[in-house]
Design a protein around this ligand. Structure first.
Ligand SMILES: CC1=C(CCC(=O)O)c2cc3nc(cc4[nH]c(cc5[nH]c(cc1n2)c(C)c5CCC(=O)O)c(CCC(=O)O)c4C)C(CCC(=O)O)=C3C
Ligand SMILES: [Fe+2]
Length: 342
């Protein structure tokens, strides 16, 4: 098979104060997120002038990839401009017939993998005679991903003689995590892959102990999400006598708003109030190894080279035109209909 482009598919974020509310409405449409939560999150964005760093970070990462592969690279998002539908229309107009897709998430699960397939389905439905789109695989245990985080942890920890290493990823509803992966596997693919990536990074830096916790919980309060939350965990560590914390946002590939608000603002402030040392490891972002990783995933796909991976964990995500990884892999969590008594 030959391909004539790479589509960089990401989450998207607002780039000015007036973008914030419509962006949040796109993210949460039909998802049962209470308006109070939206008001709160809107304030996080407005605190930074309504600008999320995510789009600029994606553009910089794309520039770094452009020098490393022979395909033109296009940029499209799920929730904000450039919207993936518009990008796909532009690709079609440029004569692209078949493209690889790099989703900016390393993991399986509904929000981290399946939802990008849904974006592909939606975009192709919006463009007549749409190009074929083949999504690249998950990469949570790729050596370049692990090494990049390991170096970032070492750099963040350089001022601490002793510290506790804490990994974070975006929380999801417990029911969605349970449904993550092919049904016969028993679920939890997202949280298990997050735990495995964390273990690999902790091993690489030689951390004697580490924790995996969650951040950025959304949804109505009565619905259970993965816990504990990072801020609560910082307090629990303090109570156990831990005095320095290094937080590694293993669940993300860039320092976007959920990272700069929930970690660099909220968790850091709580740690400082308690008199704890706090440092946050960088995400792969502008590490050249991240661009190298994307180029390697493209080359692996084109040549059929063996997958470079550090664990025996199942890796999926590579499907054509928005197909499931396996039948019914990572179905969304069943949400109670609005107004239903529970
Ligand atoms: C697993 C996962 C990832 C990692 C995989 C990946 O990277 O794709 C991720 C990434 C991100 N999440 C982001 C932002 C938001 N996520 C929200 C809401 C939600 N995220 C969820 C899950 C995830 N999210 C879920 C289950 C919800 C509830 C609504 C629903 O059921 O879908 C909301 C709504 C408001 C709120 O927080 O309540 C916002 C604003 C940004 C961009 C930040 C920026 O602008 O810089 C990024 C990269
Ligand atoms: Fe999947």
């Amino acid at each position: 098979m030959s391909y004539d482009a790479l589509l960089w598919l990401s989450f998207g974020g607002p780039e000015g104060p007036d973008d914030v509310r419509p962006f949040l409405e796109n993210v949460t449409r039909g998802r049962g997120v209470p308006p109070e939560r939206l008001d709160e999150v809107e304030q996080h964005y407005q605190h930074f002038g309504g600008v999320s760093p995510i789009n600029a970070l994606n553009r910089a990462a794309i520039d770094a990839v452009r020098g490393r592969i022979d395909l033109p690279v296009y940029f499209g998002n799920r929730n904000w401009h450039p919207m993936v539908e518009d990008t796909l229309a532009e690709m079609k107009a440029d004569g692209v017939t078949r493209a690889l897709v790099f989703p900016t998430s390393a993991y399986g699960g509904y929000s981290a993998c399946r939802q990008y397939d849904e974006d592909i389905l939606r975009a192709r439905a919006a463009v007549p005679d749409a190009p074929e789109l083949v999504k690249l695989r998950q990469f949570f245990d790729h050596p370049l991903f692990v090494e990049s985080f390991a170096d970032a942890v070492r750099a963040a920890a350089r001022d601490f003689a002793d510290y506790r290493l804490v990994f974070t990823a975006h929380s999801v509803p417990v029911s969605a995590d349970k449904a993550a992966g092919p049904p016969e596997e028993g679920g939890h693919r997202y949280s298990r892959q997050v735990a495995e990536a964390s273990r690999l990074v902790a091993d690489a830096v030689g951390a004697p102990e580490h924790d995996v916790v969650w951040q950025s919980r959304s949804g109505p309060p009565q619905v259970p999400w993965l816990e504990p939350d990072i801020v609560d965990h910082v307090e629990a560590l303090y109570d156990k006598g831990v005095r320095n914390v290094v937080v590694c946002p293993i669940g993300f590939v860039s320092d976007h708003l959920e990272v700069v608000w929930d970690l660099d603002t909220e968790a850091r402030e709580r740690a400082q109030e308690l008199g704890m040392g706090f440092a946050r490891a960088a995400t792969p972002n502008d590490d050249p190894r991240f661009a190298e990783l994307v180029a390697e995933l493209v080359a692996e796909h084109l040549t059929g080279a063996p997958q470079r991976k550090l664990s025996d964990f199942p890796v999926a995500g590579c499907t054509a035109n928005g197909a499931f990884c396996a039948p019914l892999c990572c179905e969304p969590a069943k949400r109670p209909a609005a107004g239903t008594a529970r």
